[in-house]
Write a protein of this length. Structure first.
Length: 60
């Protein structure tokens, strides 16, 4: 398997994980849709932005 294939698979898995986490977050439906769209349209950049600034569970 090529390095590009493995890298692509890792990005796909990370994007799927991000989308699942977004859907399970307490954010509003509109914000969830925007985050999911961002991750789908810009897989690598959107994933990085979501990781840094995405919706989080508020655990006190």
């Amino acid at each position: 398997m090529e390095v590009n294939g493995i890298l692509g698979l890792l990005i796909l898995l990370a994007d799927i994980y991000a989308i699942v986490q977004i859907v399970q977050s307490p954010a509003t439906t509109g914000m969830k849709a925007i985050w999911i769209l961002l991750v789908l349209v810009l897989p690598v950049v959107g994933l990085i932005i979501w990781f840094v600034a995405g919706p989080r569970d508020r655990m006190a």
